[in-house]
Write a new protein. Structure first.
Length: 145
Protein backbone atom coordinates (compact mmCIF):
# COMPACT_ATOMS: atom_id res chain seq x y z
CA UNK A 1 0.00 0.00 0.00
CA UNK A 2 2.83 2.39 0.86
CA UNK A 3 4.56 1.61 -2.45
CA UNK A 4 1.38 2.47 -4.38
CA UNK A 5 1.09 5.76 -2.51
CA UNK A 6 4.69 6.61 -3.30
CA UNK A 7 4.15 5.77 -6.97
CA UNK A 8 1.02 7.91 -7.11
CA UNK A 9 2.89 10.86 -5.59
CA UNK A 10 5.82 10.36 -7.99
CA UNK A 11 3.47 10.27 -10.98
CA UNK A 12 1.78 13.49 -9.89
CA UNK A 13 5.06 15.30 -9.23
CA UNK A 14 6.81 14.08 -12.39
CA UNK A 15 3.86 15.03 -14.59
CA UNK A 16 3.07 18.32 -12.81
CA UNK A 17 2.11 21.11 -15.28
CA UNK A 18 4.74 23.80 -15.69
CA UNK A 19 7.71 21.57 -14.93
CA UNK A 20 10.82 22.90 -16.62
CA UNK A 21 12.18 19.44 -17.39
CA UNK A 22 10.80 15.91 -17.52
CA UNK A 23 12.46 12.85 -16.03
CA UNK A 24 12.81 11.45 -19.55
CA UNK A 25 14.67 14.58 -20.64
CA UNK A 26 16.79 14.73 -17.47
CA UNK A 27 17.87 11.13 -18.03
CA UNK A 28 19.18 12.11 -21.48
CA UNK A 29 21.64 14.54 -19.92
CA UNK A 30 25.16 13.52 -19.14
CA UNK A 31 26.68 14.72 -15.91
CA UNK A 32 24.76 15.47 -12.75
CA UNK A 33 21.42 16.86 -13.91
CA UNK A 34 19.03 17.60 -11.03
CA UNK A 35 15.25 17.75 -11.20
CA UNK A 36 13.04 18.43 -8.16
CA UNK A 37 15.72 17.37 -5.67
CA UNK A 38 16.57 14.19 -7.56
CA UNK A 39 19.93 13.90 -9.36
CA UNK A 40 20.64 11.74 -12.40
CA UNK A 41 23.37 9.29 -11.35
CA UNK A 42 23.31 7.16 -14.53
CA UNK A 43 21.76 8.64 -17.70
CA UNK A 44 19.86 6.43 -20.18
CA UNK A 45 22.05 3.35 -20.62
CA UNK A 46 21.24 0.28 -22.72
CA UNK A 47 20.63 -2.87 -20.65
CA UNK A 48 20.81 -5.04 -23.71
CA UNK A 49 19.13 -5.47 -27.04
CA UNK A 50 16.42 -7.97 -26.18
CA UNK A 51 15.13 -8.42 -29.71
CA UNK A 52 16.55 -7.24 -33.04
CA UNK A 53 13.98 -4.45 -33.03
CA UNK A 54 13.88 -3.43 -29.32
CA UNK A 55 16.46 -1.98 -26.95
CA UNK A 56 15.82 -1.66 -23.20
CA UNK A 57 17.39 1.31 -21.39
CA UNK A 58 17.53 2.39 -17.78
CA UNK A 59 18.28 5.55 -15.82
CA UNK A 60 19.22 5.81 -12.14
CA UNK A 61 18.27 8.89 -10.13
CA UNK A 62 19.33 9.60 -6.55
CA UNK A 63 17.22 11.54 -4.05
CA UNK A 64 19.18 14.49 -2.65
CA UNK A 65 18.92 15.90 0.88
CA UNK A 66 16.37 18.47 -0.36
CA UNK A 67 14.24 15.91 -2.22
CA UNK A 68 10.65 15.23 -1.18
CA UNK A 69 10.56 12.86 1.83
CA UNK A 70 9.69 9.74 -0.23
CA UNK A 71 12.78 10.20 -2.45
CA UNK A 72 15.35 11.41 0.08
CA UNK A 73 18.39 9.10 0.12
CA UNK A 74 16.90 6.49 -2.20
CA UNK A 75 17.78 5.52 -5.75
CA UNK A 76 15.08 5.38 -8.38
CA UNK A 77 15.51 3.18 -11.45
CA UNK A 78 13.40 3.97 -14.49
CA UNK A 79 13.26 1.56 -17.46
CA UNK A 80 12.23 2.52 -20.99
CA UNK A 81 12.20 0.78 -24.36
CA UNK A 82 13.17 1.99 -27.81
CA UNK A 83 11.80 0.47 -30.99
CA UNK A 84 14.57 -0.09 -33.53
CA UNK A 85 12.43 -1.74 -36.22
CA UNK A 86 10.14 -0.23 -38.77
CA UNK A 87 6.85 -1.20 -37.10
CA UNK A 88 5.43 -1.03 -33.58
CA UNK A 89 5.83 -4.29 -31.65
CA UNK A 90 4.06 -5.77 -28.61
CA UNK A 91 6.35 -7.82 -26.37
CA UNK A 92 6.32 -9.02 -22.74
CA UNK A 93 9.05 -7.96 -20.30
CA UNK A 94 9.98 -8.40 -16.64
CA UNK A 95 12.45 -5.99 -15.01
CA UNK A 96 14.95 -6.72 -12.22
CA UNK A 97 17.10 -4.55 -9.97
CA UNK A 98 19.79 -5.85 -7.60
CA UNK A 99 20.71 -3.59 -4.69
CA UNK A 100 23.84 -3.03 -2.66
CA UNK A 101 22.19 -4.88 0.24
CA UNK A 102 21.61 -7.97 -1.90
CA UNK A 103 17.90 -7.40 -2.41
CA UNK A 104 16.33 -8.38 -5.71
CA UNK A 105 13.44 -6.20 -6.86
CA UNK A 106 11.40 -7.69 -9.71
CA UNK A 107 8.32 -6.44 -11.53
CA UNK A 108 6.39 -7.79 -14.49
CA UNK A 109 5.82 -9.37 -16.83
CA UNK A 110 4.01 -6.68 -18.74
CA UNK A 111 3.21 -6.28 -22.43
CA UNK A 112 4.69 -3.07 -23.82
CA UNK A 113 4.19 -1.65 -27.29
CA UNK A 114 7.37 -0.09 -28.62
CA UNK A 115 7.40 2.63 -31.25
CA UNK A 116 10.05 2.88 -33.99
CA UNK A 117 12.70 5.44 -33.01
CA UNK A 118 10.88 6.58 -29.84
CA UNK A 119 11.63 6.09 -26.18
CA UNK A 120 8.60 4.46 -24.55
CA UNK A 121 8.11 4.55 -20.80
CA UNK A 122 5.94 1.75 -19.49
CA UNK A 123 3.62 1.79 -16.48
CA UNK A 124 5.32 3.12 -13.36
CA UNK A 125 4.33 0.17 -11.20
CA UNK A 126 6.32 -2.13 -13.53
CA UNK A 127 9.15 0.01 -14.91
CA UNK A 128 10.12 2.10 -11.89
CA UNK A 129 11.90 0.88 -8.76
CA UNK A 130 12.82 2.51 -5.44
CA UNK A 131 15.66 1.32 -3.21
CA UNK A 132 15.63 1.78 0.55
CA UNK A 133 17.34 4.93 1.94
CA UNK A 134 21.13 4.54 1.77
CA UNK A 135 20.89 1.57 -0.59
CA UNK A 136 22.28 1.79 -4.13
CA UNK A 137 21.58 -0.01 -7.38
CA UNK A 138 24.15 -2.73 -8.10
CA UNK A 139 22.78 -4.11 -11.38
CA UNK A 140 19.73 -4.16 -13.61
CA UNK A 141 18.41 -6.75 -16.05
CA UNK A 142 15.39 -7.53 -18.20
CA UNK A 143 13.76 -10.81 -19.11
CA UNK A 144 11.59 -11.39 -22.16
CA UNK A 145 8.75 -13.87 -22.65
Amino acid sequence: MVARSILAVMLVIWSWPGRTQSVERACEQSGRTTIDGVTVRIPWTPVRRVYDDVEVRYCVLRGDDDAPAYARGVEIVQFALVGLGERPAWRRYAFDVQTSRGRRLRQGPLSVRTQPGRLVMCRLEVCQFFTEPGETVSSVSVETF
